[in-house]
Design a protein around this ligand. Sequence first.
Ligand SMILES: C[S@@+](CC[C@H](N)C(=O)[O-])C[C@H]1O[C@@H](n2cnc3c(N)ncnc32)[C@H](O)[C@@H]1O
Length: 551
Amino acid sequence: MESDTMEADTMEADTMEADTMEAETVNAETMNAETMKAETVKAETMKADAMEMEMETETETGKIKVSEVIFDPDLYPREKWNSSTVNIYADSLQGGAKFPPLILQKGTNILLDGVHRWKSIEKYREKYEERKTQADTDNDRLEDWALPQDEVEVEYHIVPDGIPIKLYAASLSTRHGERITPADRKALAREIFEENPDFNLETLTRFIDVSKSTAANYVADIRARRKEAQKMVAYRLHRLGWTMEEIGETINLAKSNVSNICSEFPDLEKQNKSLLDSGIPHLDVAERFNMPLTLVWAVDLAGRTDEQRLDRLGIKIQPYDVWNFIRCHELFGNDYPGRIPGELIAHVLYFFTEPGDMVLDPMAGSGSTLDVCLAMGRKCYGYDIDNKYQRSDIIKHDLATAGWPERVKKANLIFWDPPYFEKIENRPKEKSYIDGSISKLSREEYLAFFTNRLSEASALVKKGTRLAFLMSDWDDGETQAERKNGETQNEGRKGIFLWDYANIISRAGWRLVRHIQVPLSTQQIHPDTVLKFRKSRRLARLERYLLVAEV
Ligand SMILES: C[S@@+](CC[C@H](N)C(=O)[O-])C[C@H]1O[C@@H](n2cnc3c(N)ncnc32)[C@H](O)[C@@H]1O
């Protein structure tokens, strides 16, 4: 940091002090340019302190128009600035005081330090314009007033990586004297930790210049909440069969800390179980322990047989090759349009896996598969290109560009519920899939994607691994266009049908073993759509199939 800047900072700091004691008694003349110079020695000492605090940054000086300085109150570390300081500075500008450079962020011109100086330039311009409208007196001639500045000297700083701008700005006003108030420091510390509860406490301590214990006190409750949340995430992942390393990577903790957290689980489970056994509802237990409801259910169901689990969940197994589900079980997945009924996954797990098996869902969406596996005591890894609900158990992964994750080699079941191809233009924007989603591929690209990934999977997985592939026909009205016109005249695109998927799966080295119908409920089709289809003599799509294959 340049000494000139420190000079200005010191001036500002001292002014604040004076203001606090008795602002009215401060004579504007005491704040003239000479006083500022006198503070240079003090500023140099502070500069050394600042260096010690390892907060150096590259700086550059320059000149810009006053109007080009950007002041963002959200990035300013104090709740308010001191208007009497601004007035005092404005008065000193009248006598031609020269302020040291304002500090701006390089590249954005955001004001990091010197708001009082900057405001005083504006203030002085207003004062000067007003004075121009008045006549000179013996004691006050306009020609003695300095001309308002259009340009201002600035120093550009690069905010270090990983440091919020506001924190860096605060550090500029805390290195020399009691600059921002303890209340402002606390508010800033809390803001930073609310945004990122894993923010480094030592860094915070250095930048806002308080002791580590004070900084820890500022954010104690936020960190405690974070610890509890981490514990619950670790517990979920542990129940889903993830290793300590995998859990540690996900919640950003060392393996030893994860082991410590995990050692608390048996006790937690015991307490949960005894409350549940005494008849306390799951929801109450979840609230009492601040636990997600799915986890309370997982504790309740642990150690039970599949039949007992399904019975407690209220899922009645349909022992046919047609499964009907009226609605989505509320415990599984998040409420979004692509979500499938948890009961469907429970049926797949019941008929095609054993307790303790590992399930891999490469397109996990809202996480229904993970939730059902948690309840049914299966290990599970879920992936998606778009972690819509920011779930800690869904790993961000693009199956189209990155291929299969290593873990596929250990899977007993791949549960795959892909989106349709190229349907994006028919959907409202907020419901659409993100860039990179296979739903944006053309028919040919989409089919090639499945051909490649299914062939790779059959070569990677161990013998006996199963594939449960959920899909619907999609034809854009091709067949109906032909029938309507009586000759081959296709209005829609060429569709993708059950037989297309079945062909790809079997050519990719999988042996198809079951074909189960899982129709959508008629209740899911809006009455207006039903009417539209009836009138236009077209068939709405209710069919959905689950193709089960193995290697
Ligand atoms: C039909 S949804 C799955 C819904 C899920 N079964 C549920 O119940 O919530 C299909 C998912 O595939 C994901 N997806 C699309 N392209 C992908 C890609 N290239 N890699 C990984 N996931 C992808 C989408 O983001 C979407 O979440």
